[in-house]
Design a protein. Structure first.
Length: 136
């Protein structure tokens, strides 16, 4: 048996509860208990929202972390190859135009080294390096 408490209701609220409880085939007291329990559940959920958000964020992070790391590694590889090919093409064109004698393996190795250095530069240093390299 539960603890009894009295609640003062205005006439309009009481009539609305009476009508609703009749349509649901339950007592007015049972309907009031349902509303109290639902209200308490909403308050509890609101109080726990930060905890719920934290858990959801951790689950999302754990689920996608591997994919993000793979995408980042692939992006770096593509960038390195693109920059390497820019240096290689510039060096090849320079060699063909001015020297006529070149070693493709050495040129590719040199281009890759320059590309790795290039990735460490800021925008101004990139422009200066490209100008220096092309006038080399």
């Amino acid at each position: 048996m539960g603890i009894k408490r009295s609640v003062d209701l205005n006439e309009e609220t009481y009539q609305a509860l009476k009508k609703l409880s009749a349509s649901q085939h339950i007592t007015t007291s049972a309907l009031i208990r349902q509303y109290i329990e639902k209200g308490m559940l909403v308050d509890k959920t609101s109080a726990d929202i930060d905890f719920i958000r934290k858990n959801i964020r951790e689950e999302i992070d754990n689920s996608v972390k591997g994919y993000f790391n793979r995408i980042i590694r692939l992006h770096v590889k593509v960038g390195l190859m693109t920059i390497s090919m820019c240096y290689f093409t510039a060096k090849l064109l320079y060699s063909v135009k001015f020297k006529g004698d070149f070693n493709l393996d050495e040129m590719m190795e040199d281009a890759r080294g320059n590309a790795l250095s290039y990735l460490k530069f800021n925008d101004k240093e990139i422009e200066e390096e490209m100008l220096r390299y092309l006038h080399h």
